[in-house]
Write a protein that binds this ligand. Structure first.
Ligand code: ATP
Ligand code: MG
Length: 434
């Protein structure tokens, strides 16, 4: 028995199969029939293709099946590829054989349904061309991050997901019962990464990260993927430059691999190309406040939230690095700037177009006393951090790191309104199903 050779639709719409007899398999994306002819649009992971099924060109039984089959039925088709300017994608399949694998029931998703309904049916909506395009971009972004760090000699290092400590503030912790004890889901790999740099020096990781974000915003998920890096001997300036390079590298990879997806999502490719080749500015928090003062009443010391970040970004076309936020609003491990004691050696990178913070990082404090005081102020039990302070006791070195929100970057590059569509099955304060 010879094994069937399956052709991917991508290969067909790239023009490589014109005039050839081929076999494809996939799902019915659209279908309409009149009398003795059925027009189907078939989809597979490479795209969509029109199939013309004419009575007489295939066994009658197959033709009747084609007439009966509802959208999302799975099937195999055989036929010849012809160019046809009127067909979506420019090609059509003249079908000579058809085999329905599964006759789908009536598909519950039809046009113009509410976002909430689509989230309830996420397991089916994930087949849409819209999510298909975003998920392909996401796959490229994830691959690009690995490639970026590995090319530069970083090691991939994994931290535990169940952790006894908080890293980013107690209010967003998810508690997990742990035998007769309790632990928390990881808010960051950072504290463990700081242990590992004494062995590997340059490390990165990408993994699920959990924060109980109680306010509903279009930028916050309760479970998201953070791509983090930590590096020995590096200062704040060093890591801001690496973060800029990383974002540009990701953008270039997406432009190389996902042009048709970006087109489907109506993204301005020229604009993205320009960003991928631009220099991203660095400003201080104080400079940002001075820009904002022209538009709003804002005092030095206030954190930059969505409103302020969006206003600030009206002045920029590329992402911007903002450094030196006020110490008071920063996590315990962010050190004071010796040149400006009111601010910390930290940064956020903010994306243009209202997408907000995409990267956040800092130099790490080396001062056990200062960190102890700040943790105490937050009501933390110091005993839990003694292992972490050991890292300052045995061969401490300057070091820095940052975290990049994978979904924030995907949402920005794809131009999607809500971060929920940048992850396959979103978890938010109101949703953890399906
Ligand atoms: P924000 O101020 O937007 O809440 P953050 O300061 O809490 O962000 P960091 O702790 O610096 O964020 O985390 C690093 C990166 O992880 C952020 O720059 C962002 O891209 C991403 N991130 C943080 N929280 C979330 C979340 N709840 N959902 C999705 N991405 C997030
Ligand atoms: Mg936050």
């Amino acid at each position: 028995m010879t094994k069937t050779k399956w052709t991917n639709i991508k290969d067909i719409i790239e023009g490589n199969k014109t005039g050839k007899k081929i076999n494809i398999r996939g799902w019915i994306y659209r279908s309409r029939s009149s009398g003795n002819i059925v027009f189907m649009v078939i989809r597979d992971n490479g795209g969509i293709l029109q199939a013309t099924i004419k009575k007489g060109n295939l066994p009658d039984e197959d033709f009747n099946d084609a007439k009966k089959a509802l959208i999302e039925s799975s099937l195999e088709l055989e036929g010849v590829i012809r160019e046809d300017k009127r067909a979506p994608g420019g090609y059509e399949l003249k079908v000579s054989n058809l085999n329905i694998i599964n006759f789908a029931e009536k598909f519950p998703i039809v046009k113009d349904q509410s976002p909430e309904f689509l989230l309830d049916k996420r397991h089916l909506w994930i087949r849409s061309q819209y999510l298909n395009s975003i998920l392909k971009v996401r796959s490229t972004v994830v691959g690009a991050i690995h490639k970026f760090f590995r090319k530069r000699g970083y090691y991939e290092f994994d931290a535990p997901v169940l952790q006894p400590n908080q890293c980013e503030g107690g209010s967003t912790l998810f508690q997990v019962k742990y035998y007769n004890n309790k632990t928390f889901l990881s808010q960051s790999w950072q504290l463990y990464a700081e242990a590992a740099i004494f062995s590997l020096e340059k490390i990165y990781n990408m993994g699920p990260t959990f924060r109980a974000e109680r306010s509903k915003t279009s930028r916050h998920l309760s479970e998201f993927w953070m791509a983090e890096m930590e590096v020995a001997w590096a200062d704040l300036y060093d890591i801001t430059e690496i973060a800029k390079e990383e974002i540009k590298f990701i953008m270039k990879e997406v432009l190389k691999q996902n042009k048709s997806d970006l087109e489907y999502l109506n993204q301005d490719i020229k604009k993205l190309e320009k960003i991928s080749k631009s220099k991203f500015p660095t400003i201080t928090y104080t400079e940002a406040i001075n820009i904002l003062k022209k538009h709003m009443d804002i005092d030095w010391g206030k954190d930059l939230r969505t409103l302020e970040e969006n206003k600030l970004m009206e002045h920029f076309e590329t992402p911007v690095v903002v450094t030196n936020y006020p110490v008071e609003i920063m996590a315990f491990y962010k050190p004071k700037d010796p040149k400006d004691n009111k601010t910390a050696l930290c940064f956020d990178m903010i994306a243009p177009g209202g997408y907000g913070e995409i990267v956040g990082g800092s130099q790490r404090s080396l001062d056990i006393n200062d960190m102890t005081n700040r943790l105490k102020e937050m009501g933390e039990s110091i005993d839990n951090y003694d292992w972490y302070f050991d890292l300052r006791r045995y061969g401490s070195v300057p070091h820095s790191g940052y975290g990049l929100g994978v979904e924030r970057v995907v949402a920005w590059i794809c131009g999607i309104e809500n971060i929920k569509d940048a992850i396959p099955f979103p978890r938010t304060v109101l949703r953890f199903r399906p």
